[in-house]
Design a protein around this ligand. Structure first.
Ligand SMILES: O=C1C=c2cc(C(=O)O)[nH]c2=CC1=O
Ligand SMILES: [Cu+2]
Length: 571
């Protein structure tokens, strides 16, 4: 719901106070002290207080773009280059921290290579050549500075000057102790209930982003976790064809192509960094769920982790889990598609999860096996033409969940199978991140990718430059992230380049059938050779032994008998 700005213009202290209360309620996690002050504030001082709040957090009142860039003026200028004033720079004209040498406003580079044949509606979709429909200039940060206004540091660097290294260690959630589990769940819940301090989301397509009648723009505040859900929804939503004409598929900026890996990698980094900033703890790390354990049990669906099954409704979460209180965003996909709207911050139903409960699809009632991971890690090529869900001998397609590249609408493995196993909110692409299992499922998928990079020692030339589905080419800016970030930038080893590392015990490598046959044949040959050598040895030793008891010359035998006779007589 948009903030009731009209309340302010009445000049009535009551209205002013309720306006402030609305802001405070939405930002209770981000600005707890401000919330407390608001509640305690005598009405007559409301206007002094609002001036103070705007000065402190001037970005709070104005609005997946930085709040400062969602004014009509910014949209019409095509420039999104916010400055660091007043919190970090004393200069009100600062753009991108240029007054402190952190960055400058520069043209955005876009990918101009051809895309694959899946999408044929070029010119229709706001997300093409992202983010050029909205902005053509953004902050370009120097050195290790980073962010929409160059006010933060590149992943892996911290400190006022971004000169201290920091690596967050992502661990198996089952290896966390009780206190670590509690802290992780608390952090997730805080992210679910805290308004994103920097970003807002568009609730209309570009053609309607400015409302000329109301003289406003169509953006909304959203919580940090719901922002994470919204970005996934926006990346997979269909192309709107116009009022009354519905929407068209053939487009997915984050699945069924090479960007599946790089897109979800940045998606997780964004959430991890947002939570690090929220907690003011740069070592906060998202854990992972090793879903490749086979069987039909969800080992982390317990109340101290991701929530047990409810006793009252087997498709809901137990009331003892905080996640049973979470409400889903972006669930009215049919409405968005027919009305030409975009998901907003409205929350609806609770999370549904019914692991292994899909009797209609027995294939998805079992989790992937450890061998599936071991085999996947052995695939030598990152991706293969047509860089889609039917690519064969492709590491990306294998880990995404189309085994051996034989596209089959029924068969799923690894990542896709883990989603479908959840059998509820987490199994439906438009809303899946609403279930926090999504985070842990994807950190594990990302861990497999990082291990694959390490084992195969690849460079970015393995990532397709062109002819991948739209949004999936190497130099494409991933939709809808801001500041613009290419697939290429995520195709690097995490510990050295992205500020996080995984602690994982990988299943031992399995042998291929050819390798097993070769080993069996060689072993059999070696065994035969040993037996032959051993037998020859025994035979020749026996022969030598026998020879030792035989007379050296045939005629000496009577002489030997004579000698024995002589010796006997002597005795
Ligand atoms: O959220 C997702 C849900 C998915 C379901 C499938 C499938 O293979 O049917 N794949 C999915 C990917 C997701 O990201
Ligand atoms: Cu997924």
């Amino acid at each position: 719901m948009p903030l009731a700005l009209e309340q302010l213009w009445t000049g009535n202290p009551d209205s002013c106070h309720s306006f402030l209360l609305e802001i405070a309620t939405r930002s209770v996690g981000t600005y707890p002290v401000a919330t407390w002050f608001t509640i305690m504030l005598p009405y007559k001082y409301c206007w002094f207080y609002i001036t103070f709040m705007v000065f402190l957090h001037y970005d709070l009142v104005f609005a997946q773009f930085p709040r400062q860039c969602t004014t009509q003026q910014a949209l019409l200028s095509g420039e999104c280059c916010p400055g660091l004033f007043p919190l970090q720079s004393p200069d009100p004209n600062d753009q991108c921290g240029s007054t402190l040498g952190r960055g400058q406003c520069a043209p955005i580079t876009i990918d101009s290579h051809p895309h694959g044949p899946q999408y044929q509606l070029d010119g229709q979709d706001d997300r093409e050549q992202w983010p050029i429909r909205y902005f053509n200039r953004a902050c370009r940060c120097n050195g290790r500075f980073y962010g929409y206004n160059c006010g933060s540091c590149k992943p892996g660097w911290v400190g006022d000057n971004c000169d201290q290294q920091s690596v967050a260690v992502r661990r198996n959630i089952l290896d966390l102790n009780q206190e670590e589990r509690r802290r992780f769940i608390e952090a997730m819940d805080l992210a679910k209930n805290t308004i994103h301090p920097d970003f807002v989301v568009a609730t209309r397509h570009f053609a309607e982003i400015i409302d000329p009648v109301q003289n406003t723009t169509n953006f909304e505040n959203i919580s940090i976790y719901d922002f994470f859900v919204w970005t996934h929804y926006y990346s997979v939503s269909k192309t709107f064809l116009g009022q009354g004409q519905g929407s068209a598929g053939g487009i997915d900026f984050s699945h069924e192509g090479p960007a599946f890996i790089t897109w979800h990698r940045y998606h997780l980094i964004q959430l991890e960094r947002d939570i690090q900033a929220l907690l003011q703890n740069p070592s906060f790390a998202l854990p992972y769920w090793n879903f490749a354990i086979g069987g039909n049990q969800c080992d982390i669906c317990t109340d101290d982790l991701m929530g047990a099954r409810s006793n009252f409704d087997s498709t809901l979460l137990s009331p003892n889990s905080v996640f049973s209180q979470w409400r889903v965003v972006c669930e009215n996909v049919e409405d968005y598609e027919s009305l030409g709207t975009i998901c907003n911050n409205t929350r609806g139903s609770p999370i549904r999860r019914n692991p292994a409960g899909n009797t209609a699809r027995p294939m998805v009632q079992r989790l992937p096996e450890p061998e599936d991971v071991a085999l996947c890690l052995e695939v030598g090529l990152f991706d293969t033409p047509p860089f889609f869900s039917n690519s064969s001998e492709s590491f990306r397609n294998t880990v995404e969940g189309h085994p051996s590249g034989q596209y089959d609408p029924i068969v799923r493995s690894l990542h896709n199978l883990a989603h479908l196993f959840l059998n509820g909110t987490g199994g439906q692409t438009h809303i899946s991140p609403n279930d926090p299992m999504f985070v842990l499922l994807h950190t594990f998928t990302d861990a497999v990718f990082d291990e694959w990079l390490r084992r195969h020692n690849v460079d970015s030339s393995q990532y397709p430059l062109e002819n991948a589905p739209i949004g999936h080419n190497r130099q494409y800016n991933m939709v809808p992230f801001w500041p613009p970030v290419t697939n290429n930038e995520m195709f690097v080893s995490a510990p050295e380049n992205l500020g996080y590392a995984y602690e994982v015990q990988w299943p031992s490598q399995t042998l291929s059938i050819t390798e097993m046959i070769t080993i069996a044949v060689v072993s059999a040959l070696v065994l035969v050779a040993i037996i032959f050598a051993g037998t020859s040895c025994i035979v020749s030793r026996r022969r030598r032994k026998n020879e030792a008891f035989q007379p050296l010359l045939a005629e000496s035998y009577p002489r030997y008998a004579e000698d024995r006779e002589e010796n006997t007589q002597a005795v």
